[in-house]
Design a protein around this ligand. Structure first.
Ligand SMILES: Nc1ncnc2c1ncn2[C@@H]1O[C@H](COP(=O)(O)OP(=O)(O)OP(=O)(O)O)[C@@H](O)[C@H]1O
Ligand SMILES: [Mg+2]
Length: 237
């Protein structure tokens, strides 16, 4: 449903993605895994149109969206939860949610339903964005993205720095979101969460796909894949 095909992306003169081909269907959870600087965030930003393609194509729902700007791509049903979370610190939880729902397509997810899956946010509904813990900010950021009723949700390191209990909670929520019919592209630095959640995985190394496969294939080649992630494709080969 969403795909990058032979994508090349640059920051200035520097090539950051080279020949990246990644696709995710709406009934899938895929993971993109790689260490610091591998090009994971760049890949998500390219998918949603925040960064232009130097070469290659991007597709969504069978349509070539290589030249569409981010506003139009997000209107088609792609949402990004950035690693920075981008909560409005001076607005309450409720105000953050209301802003998230503005101008978006109605659908399964509304404020009542997101508060239902994030009872913590319900308890903190009048708190300011700046009074939330890291985990609560992540929940709010995800809740806000869901209010747009996206067809596909791009998650940039959603579990980074969070306590195991909250990580487990988020895994349950991603499973539920997926069951409701939203595709998920999950970015993480290691295999832990992807192995519990994703159907297929891509490993990025130096801006290129160094390994890809199903969860069963990952299980069988785990040590090799771990080596690619920690030491790079050249050393692991
Ligand atoms: N705005 C930018 N201008 C120039 N170079 C950048 C910019 N953003 C990222 N880069 C470089 O592009 C490469 C890929 O960065 P990217 O943020 O996609 O990596 P990442 O896999 O998301 O890393 P992390 O795990 O640290 O989030 C890195 O070498 C990084 O230094
Ligand atoms: Mg990143």
């Amino acid at each position: 449903m969403i795909a990058l095909e032979n994508a090349y992306v640059q920051y200035g003169q520097a090539n950051v993605l080279s020949a990246v081909s990644i696709q995710a269907a709406q009934d899938e959870i895929i993971a993109i895994i790689g260490r610091n600087g591998a090009g994971k965030s760049t890949t998500l930003k390219t998918m949603i149109g925040l960064l232009p393609l130097q070469q290659g194509r991007r597709h969504f729902l069978g349509q070539d969206i290589s030249r569409l700007p981010v506003e139009q791509i997000s209107r088609l049903g792609v949402a990004l939860v950035p690693d920075s979370r981008r909560i409005f610190p001076n607005l309450s939880v409720m105000e953050n949610l209301r802003i998230g729902g503005l101008g978006h397509k109605p659908g399964y997810w509304d404020i009542a339903r997101v508060l239902d899956i994030f009872p913590r946010l319900q308890e903190r509904i009048h708190f300011g964005g700046d009074q939330l813990s890291g985990g609560e900010q992540q929940m709010l950021s995800i809740a806000r993205a869901l209010l747009g009723n996206p067809k596909i949700l791009l998650l940039d390191e959603p579990t980074e720095g969070l306590a195991p209990l909250i990580v487990n909670n988020l895994i349950d929520i991603f499973t539920l979101v997926h069951q409701q019919g939203t595709g998920i592209v999950l970015v993480e630095q290691n295999l832990k969460v992807p192995m519990r959640l994703a159907h297929r995985q891509y490993v990025l190394d130096h801006g290129a796909v160094a390994w890809s496969g199903t969860s069963a294939e990952l299980e069988a080649q785990r040590e090799h894949v771990e080596a690619i992630i920690t030491t790079g494709a050249a050393h692991a080969a």
